[in-house]
Design a binder for this molecule. Structure first.
Ligand SMILES: Nc1ncnc2c1ncn2[C@@H]1O[C@H](COP(=O)(O)OP(=O)(O)O)[C@@H](O)[C@H]1O
Ligand SMILES: [Mg+2]
Length: 363
């Protein structure tokens, strides 16, 4: 392995507090274990701990079974495990540009991925046939025009997560429209044109949105099923699919978030007719995911890990849904042995060391 490099982990204030109290939660516990196994020191900090003038960071590092506070100069590697509050975004942007100038290695993309930018990236590649048609929406009235041609559409904020910014709309008849969403519970309704426009406006506010054709996802007992993969680059430079989980939506829900998830293998055992031969399907999915990962890196630069949502339609087609730069790995933890998850973090940290060594050599 390349020489160990200290990895800076940017977390939110509540997570830092929990760490200090000895409650890392499953994700950070796995990362800490991986740090010990890989011999890579981790340094946890919040944006408040960054002194941009002195270019130092106040944070904590594991030491002799507990935590030690420290102030360090900027680190060669950044891993972000938090959302950045609206009011801190300008500060975060300035911090990132300082880091970019120093050639910092970003283990994951430091911003949430924008769904429209992601589409624009992939639509110009040989992956285009795997993308549901997607349009940027400047004015909700454009949705009405699109519904004439595509009776069911997914509307999504360009930046959002956990299905909170997803609204499915459909045209039911002359001046009759349906909407359905899942945010603090399922809500659905039948509306006239102007009420639908108000619903869209009220739901998304001023956020930029996209409209997307509905994918005819496979179903289990009338519930949509989609797939979530955790994918990473190894220190040796190959792309590795850690695991794929199948997620089954709640009844009537347009999204599969907050639902049941299980490993693809278990899913295939429970519903053997849906995927066909498990090994053949897994190989096809992995090949698809590696192509997606490589194509995204071409647009947005190299990264150590991505969570990729994708789907299988009723005719056997694979569809890209979205990529997540900061995956909460909920399905991974639901469906995989802990040892495999820790192994994947060890890989990530080894990738970090290899990248940092490469940059150093270029200096
Ligand atoms: N075009 C689509 N057709 C069918 N289902 C979709 C489509 N887009 C999204 N979904 C469903 O909605 C879920 C959330 O959408 P996604 O694009 O992943 O947004 P989020 O950032 O909220 O996770 C997906 O996991 C999938 O189940
Ligand atoms: Mg998603």
């Amino acid at each position: 392995m390349a020489t160990a490099t200290r990895v800076g982990v940017l977390v939110g204030p509540r997570r830092l507090e929990a760490l200090v109290k000895g409650n890392p939660g499953p994700r950070l516990a796995a990362l800490l274990q991986a740090g010990r196994e890989a011999g890579v020191p981790l340094f946890f900090f919040t944006l408040d701990g960054v002194d941009m003038d002195a270019r130092t960071i106040k944070g904590i590092t594991p030491a002799e079974g507990w935590w030690q506070e420290a102030r360090l100069s900027y680190l060669p590697v950044l891993y972000r495990i938090c959302a950045v509050a609206e009011e801190q975004r300008p500060l975060f942007a300035a911090f990132l540009s300082q880091l970019r100038r120093r050639g910092t290695v970003f283990l994951n993309y430091p911003w949430f991925m924008d769904k429209w930018e992601t589409y624009r990236c992939l639509v110009n590649t040989e992956l285009a046939p795997h993308l549901p048609r997607t349009w940027p929406i400047a004015d909700p009235a454009e949705v009405l025009a699109l519904l004439e041609e595509h009776p069911q559409l997914y509307l999504k904020a360009c930046v959002g997560g956990r299905g909170k910014q997803v609204l499915r709309v459909e045209k039911l008849g002359r001046d009759a429209y349906g909407f359905i969403r899942f945010r603090d519970g399922l809500a659905r309704g039948k509306l006239h044109k102007f009420s639908l426009l108000r619903e869209i406006q009220g739901f998304f506010g001023a956020r930029p949105i996209i409209a997307q054709e509905r994918i005819d996802l496979i179903q289990v007992n009338g519930r949509n099923v989609d797939l979530r993969a955790e994918v990473q680059r190894t220190a040796q430079g190959t792309i590795h699919v850690i695991a794929i989980a199948a997620r089954i939506a709640r009844r009537h829900s347009p999204i599969t978030t907050h639902s049941v998830s299980m490993s693809l293998e278990n899913f295939s055992r429970l519903y053997p007719s849906l995927l066909g031969d498990y090994r053949a399907f897994a190989a096809r999915a992995e090949e698809f995911l590696c192509r997606v990962y490589a194509a995204l890196e071409k647009c947005f630069g190299c990264c150590g890990e991505l969570g990729i949502d994708f789907g299988l339609d009723c005719s056997g087609g694979l569809w890209f849904i979205e990529a997540n730069s900061q995956s909460a790995k909920v399905s991974l933890f639901n469906s995989c042995p802990l040892s495999l998850i820790i192994r994947s973090y060890v890989n990530l940290l080894e990738y970090a060391c290899a990248q940092a060594a490469q940059r150093k050599a270029l200096d």
